[in-house]
Design a protein around this ligand. Structure first.
Ligand SMILES: [Zn+2]
Ligand SMILES: [Zn+2]
Length: 308
């Protein structure tokens, strides 16, 4: 039986997804990105449903709950704060952490292995942000939710945690969305697709830019912002023309995870008959939803980018 909090947060999330998907159809940032884009089912089934389900149990029940028992802190210092102030506090502090950890992931070769999956989609839309290596989620969500659970009493944490999780989900959908928005000076404060679509581009110049998740001011403060057209940034293009990784990356969920620990020749491994059969098993199923899934695009790119 679903509890009231789950029903409310799920309803808000579904409404938000419908709203964002509608805007993507009307005002696409990159034209030609289909709703059932390449990797849609991988992100939806494996990363959004299966991985999220098991990791929430692992992180909450097997990492954070034992920590709560171990430290046995009743949370008397912060628990009298109003809920909105607590949400703002944890939003702000975690976003500061995530800016620096994300930045470190782009600079450190080992940490990059935990983050490259997130950059592997060649088409970036509302769902693309769900693709993250298990290790990345375990690290980030433990650091995000452990302080809330440890520093607050059980009743207050039970309100703050779902609000924070809902904010994560809606904001994640927003910054990855394929929406052509021009928010002007708001991009100094709140992060959105204008900065994050660039972050997912396969342009070398942008690899060390736009690390922010919710707030944009970290990038402005620490000199890592990249938005062509917004003073003083000049660039040859107003929008990226290619997304994803500059090297081969596996298509399968398990191979994507293994690739972080052991490099292999992706094309060679995926050409092995047994592996190929395994990767392609879903194609007849996918054909029901989207006939063109396995057909290569013929003719000129449907996605002429605006250039400056
Ligand atoms: Zn990144
Ligand atoms: Zn992202």
């Amino acid at each position: 039986m679903l509890d009231t909090t789950t029903i409310i947060t799920t309803s808000i999330l579904v409404t938000w997804i419908c709203f964002i998907v509608t805007l993507e159809r009307i005002f696409p940032y990159t034209k030609g990105v289909k709703f059932f884009r390449k990797g849609f089912w991988l992100d939806m089934v494996w990363y959004t449903f299966i991985q999220s389900y098991f990791l929430s149990i692992l992180i909450n029940s097997y990492i954070i709950a034992p920590l709560k028992v171990r430290f046995n802190y009743e949370g008397t210092v912060l628990s009298h704060w109003p809920i909105w102030a607590l949400v703002l506090l944890f939003l702000f502090t975690h976003d500061f952490y995530i800016y620096w950890f994300h930045r470190l992931q782009h600079h450190n070769k080992i940490l990059w292995r935990t983050h490259e999956a997130h950059h592997s989609n060649k088409e970036v839309d509302w769902l693309a942000g769900s693709r993250s290596h298990i290790l990345e989620i375990i690290i980030n969500q433990t650091i995000e939710f452990a302080p809330i659970v440890l520093l607050l009493d059980v009743e207050t944490a039970a309100i703050v945690v779902p609000i924070k999780a809902l904010l994560d989900a809606t904001w994640g959908i927003w910054i990855h969305s394929n929406i052509d928005i021009h928010s002007g000076k708001l991009q100094y404060i709140i992060n959105g697709p204008e900065m994050h679509q660039w972050h997912h581009s396969d342009h070398q110049e942008v690899f060390y830019s736009n690390y922010g998740t919710k707030f944009a001011f970290w990038d402005w403060m620490f000199g890592t912002m990249f938005i062509p057209g917004l003073n003083p940034r000049e660039y040859k293009m107003m929008k990226p023309d290619k997304f994803g990784l500059p090297y081969d990356f596996p298509q399968d969920y398990f191979m994507q995870h293994w690739f972080a620990f052991h490099r292999f020749d992706v094309k060679k491994i995926e050409a092995i008959p047994l592996v190929k059969t395994y990767i392609d098993w879903k194609k007849p199923v996918l054909r029901i939803f989207k006939k063109e899934e396995e057909e290569p695009t013929i003719g000129p790119s449907p996605n002429p980018q605006t250039t400056k």
